[in-house]
Design a protein around this ligand. Structure first.
Ligand code: SF4
Length: 472
């Protein structure tokens, strides 16, 4: 998963705003980051491995001059793809960064090679850039027409998910989003008097809410060009059924963000309420009816906090903070391997003993992916004296891998694949597990299930997933 940002301003340099936006997107990727800017004459690029705050400082930000720029934070969606974005191609004067994952990358690179266009990195953003450049170079008309044409052809060839920000040196800013809108993408503008002063694009509204107003989403399959005078040109280039990733609401996006018009915090609250209603109709509710004063509701911080609060409100049980996570480390799920994830739990999540001792803990988690986090935390809670731990997941069982940018590549890694509920309870040590259903998830989000990518839940992938391209 990655986070992207793009800003074009009429009067000020954008590097500091890009930097602060990237800090606000740091939860989407912690392996590397980069910023590209341009002032009509020169280009400036700084990127590297690590956190945004480790890569950039005042001196570097001062060197990133210009009124147009893009930035990216990344965690590798596959093991080898560690190359930092943005990428720049001098021939077309195009810089580009994206959020998503290109499934048919090998086939695309082969066809590019046959046309003497080579990629230097293992990063799929470079594949999109080179493909875009190939079509841009061949297109005729104004720069805007060439951008729209190239992006449309890219959309016809690339299989996967991609929200793209780019800068065309000396011409303007260009953004486009895949026809299914799998990954999130928003933009907004800032007015000065009657004129637009700034446009900003990002993976999440939280990254640009202090820079622009009137934030809306980039439409599925849309291309947006903004020239240097900040005149905007919009066009839906390829229209397909929206398939927004449900996992953005469940886990990835920050609670303060808004996605496709709905507040993430509100949706997570709905999920908690749904789970509570489900529980109130279950045999467990009957069994625990005379032990209400022993029950506490707790969140696995931070994502599931809104759901835990509404769960507690609906059931009238007490909500308690029982876990303290070291706030100076990243998200456990986003760590690139199992060994790291395990050690994160062992060393960095602590349980407040006096709150859980002799209690029946209702633990709300955003999702159960590998089961590692749940297992480690439940073990810790029980070791501090909890009598029972019941686990509630705001995501249905994840049984298929994701090919659109979320790091869960094999079925083998997924706890719910080929395992019964009883097996999962046994593995995690939970006394019971309750999952939300797909219908409850969709109604909590406020979109019909047909408008959501649910492939990791039901195996219905929105794109063909064929690593084949006949010709460019
Ligand atoms: Fe999101 Fe799952 Fe679809 Fe991947 S497969 S894009 S995680 S819903």
């Amino acid at each position: 998963m990655c986070g992207i940002i793009g800003i074009i301003s009429k009067e000020k340099w954008v590097s500091y705003d890009i930097y602060h936006s990237l800090l606000n997107l740091q939860h989407r990727g912690q392996d590397n980051a980069g910023i590209f800017t341009t002032d009509d004459q020169y280009i400036y690029l700084e990127k590297g491995k690590g956190l945004v705050s480790e890569i950039f400082n005042n001196v570097k930000l001062e060197q990133l001059k210009g009124r147009m720029g893009i930035g990216q934070v990344r965690y590798p969606t596959t093991v080898k793809k560690e190359d930092a974005q943005p990428f720049y191609i001098d021939l077309g004067g195009i810089a580009m960064a994206h959020n998503g994952n290109v499934y048919n990358e090998t086939a695309l690179r082969q066809r590019l090679k046959e046309n003497r266009i080579y990629c230097d990195s293992d990063c799929d953003a470079e594949t999109i850039l080179k493909l875009f450049y190939y079509y841009f170079d061949k297109s005729r008309g104004t720069i805007i027409e060439r951008c729209f044409n190239a992006a449309k052809l890219v959309m016809q060839k690339v299989d996967g998910s991609y929200s793209v920000v780019s800068v065309i040196r000396g011409a303007g800013f260009f953004a486009f989003r895949d026809p299914h809108g799998i990954r999130p993408f928003v933009f907004g503008k800032k007015m000065k008097g009657n004129n637009v002063n700034t446009y900003a694009f990002a993976s999440e509204s939280v990254a640009i809410e202090d820079i622009v107003d009137n934030i809306e989403h980039v439409k599925c399959g849309e291309g947006i060009f903004i020239d240097q005078n900040l005149k905007i040109y919009r066009k839906v280039l390829l229209k397909k059924n929206p398939q927004h990733c449900m996992f953005e609401w469940v886990y990835f996006s920050r609670s303060v963000s808004k996605l496709e018009g709905s507040s993430i915090n509100h949706v997570r609250g709905n999920l908690g309420k749904e789970l509570a209603k489900k529980y109130q109709q279950s045999p467990l509710y009957e069994r625990l009816s005379n032990q209400k004063n022993k029950i506490i509701v707790a969140a696995i911080p931070e994502t599931s906090r809104p759901a835990s609060i509404t769960f507690a409100r609906q059931t009238k049980y007490q909500y308690k903070d029982i876990l303290e996570k070291n706030r100076f480390i990243g998200r456990i799920f986003i760590k690139p391997n199992e060994k790291l994830r395990r050690s994160e739990i062992i060393y960095n999540v602590k349980v407040i003993e006096e709150v859980v001792k002799n209690k029946i803990v209702f633990l709300i988690d955003d999702s159960i992916v590998r089961g590692t986090t749940s297992k480690g935390i439940i073990k810790k809670i029980k070791s501090k004296g909890a009598k029972e731990v019941h686990l509630f997941s705001t995501c249905p069982p994840i049984v298929n891998p994701c090919y659109y940018g979320v790091n869960m590549p094999t079925k083998k890694e997924l706890i719910a694949h080929n395992k019964t509920l009883k097996d999962i309870e046994e593995y995690t040590g939970a006394d019971s597990i309750t999952y939300i259903t797909i219908d409850e998830l969709a109604s909590s989000i406020g979109l019909h299930a047909s408008k959501l990518c649910l492939a990791c839940l039901n195996g219905r992938y929105p794109t063909p997933l064929l690593n084949y391209i006949d010709k460019l």
